[in-house]
Design a binder for this molecule. Sequence first.
Ligand SMILES: Nc1ncnc2c1ncn2[C@@H]1O[C@H](COP(=O)(O)OP(=O)(O)OP(=O)(O)O)[C@@H](O)[C@H]1O
Length: 573
Amino acid sequence: MFKKIIRLSGCSGTTIVKNIAVAILDATTMVVPNFCIFFILMEMLEPEPSNTKLMIYCALIAACLVARLFSVWMSFITHSSFSSGAGYTMRGNLMDKLVKIPLGSLLSMDLGTINNTLLKDVEFSEYALSHVLSYMLGISCVLLLLMAGLFVVDWRLSLSMLIGFPVAISLFVWLTKLTQKGKRRLFQSSDTLNNSIFEFILGIRVLRAHGQAEGDMLALGEKMKQARDAHLKYEMGASLAPAAFVIFSEVGFASLILFGLHAIGTQTLSLSVFLLFLLVSMQFFRPLTQLAILLSQFDYFNVSLNRIDELLGEKELENKHSKDPQVSCYEIEFNDICFAYEEAPLFEKVNVVFPEQAVTAIVGPSGSGKSTMMSLIARFWDTDNGNITIGGQKISEMSQSKIAQHVSMVFQDVYLFDDTIYNNLVMGQDISAEKLERVCRQAQCWEFIQSLPNGLETVVGEGGTRLSGGEKQRISIARALLKDAPIVLLDEATAALDSGNEVLIHSAISALIKDKTVIVITHNLSSVIKADKIVVLVRGEIEAVGVHDELMRISPTYQALWSDQLKAQGWQI
Ligand SMILES: Nc1ncnc2c1ncn2[C@@H]1O[C@H](COP(=O)(O)OP(=O)(O)OP(=O)(O)O)[C@@H](O)[C@H]1O
């Protein structure tokens, strides 16, 4: 476990040595005065006490008090800087990991679990490193020093003090192991509840519209109860180990008194030594209770560390070459692509070319793999076999940032950040005011931005909640236009818009796709008639490739899609 702490916290050997040194100094300043008091008492019981010796003991006590001020201050600084440094490193590594794992895997993870790991587990680790680990270290040093001192004075009494330890330690380890499952259950119930709370907030509109405002459908009440029960069960189980440890180790106190009285009776022990043991045993058994509680908290910390470690162990997108290959043309090619989300393959040896500076439409029934094709081009997932190339260069050898430079995407669901329209548009790029206005006009969003109270400085709310669907869509097109990437992927970009918005967005899209390699997915077949190439996809297989007239002759699926669309247009509400 210590290896894991060092690995995950990123702390150096020097930091560990510093922490241990401070703990030893702290413990020494606590233990030495006890023995000095004993020696002062012994000296005073002598017929002629030595003033020099008494002065030395008093000076030692004073020196320990001064050193203690320093050690307390030092331990506060070293432990806090260790724990906050470790928290910073863990959070940084986790964020770095989230950037490197395939987007598809990331999106399929539970939001509640990621949130709990990034916030709760890291926070608890910080707390455990600054409070639990440091106190454990300090208390252990005090106990070891006290015991070493006592062994020097009288090993028989020392052994009698430790008589209950073998049983106490065995019971502690056994009971701690027994609560492992409870700990996992506690974390899982917290993740599940957290996830449902996220779902509740994100889906609040749907829930209210369906009279589910109290979240009954998500069984929030039940999940809260489960979290409460898991917590209660864990607390009850977790308190057993420290309780058993304290009870059995304190048997040593009774054994010390019995053995001490017996030894005094047989005149093999002096009263002063017995008094020393009684005095020091108070200092010994009290911190032992604290140590037992800290040890069980430390075990809880172990679960948090494992969860952080698990997330850090998630598979990353592979980058086979350190240098990004140069791309001079933007034709996209699928060569023998095999891909499966889970067990069942979706694509098996798919071959298709998306020509440069041409519009290719992908059509096919729902679930045939159209969006997956786009996700693979953007390298949200890595393929299981085969290569996707841009201008002949494998995308598996390109970094995420390089692919992002080549590819712009516009989806049906637009996400805007809770920031100004300006920042949502430029996305960190340095763009001149003239260019911004020109692009916004092209994307048909300049007028409505100007009509907002703060224009470009208007804050849009989380996810862009203060804007309409059409407004958000035009901003996302302006964003893609500003990026000016040579490849544009449009996934149902105009679905769910009213006809007024659709006209505006179609003219915005025309500006976006000019002279670009464009791949478009749309259920509105009338907009694919003019496409340079149409790919018909059925259950992950390419049924036919061609232009509209050809496909109307050779592709049964394309004919069926048209026939369905014409029927749907005849529908009346
Ligand atoms: N993240 C995922 N994990 C597991 N399976 C997935 C995932 N995303 C999609 N699928 C499955 O892969 C198949 C293809 O999905 P995809 O979204 O690519 O189809 P599509 O043709 O774009 O569908 P639609 O037209 O309805 O949007 C479907 O069976 C879908 O259930």
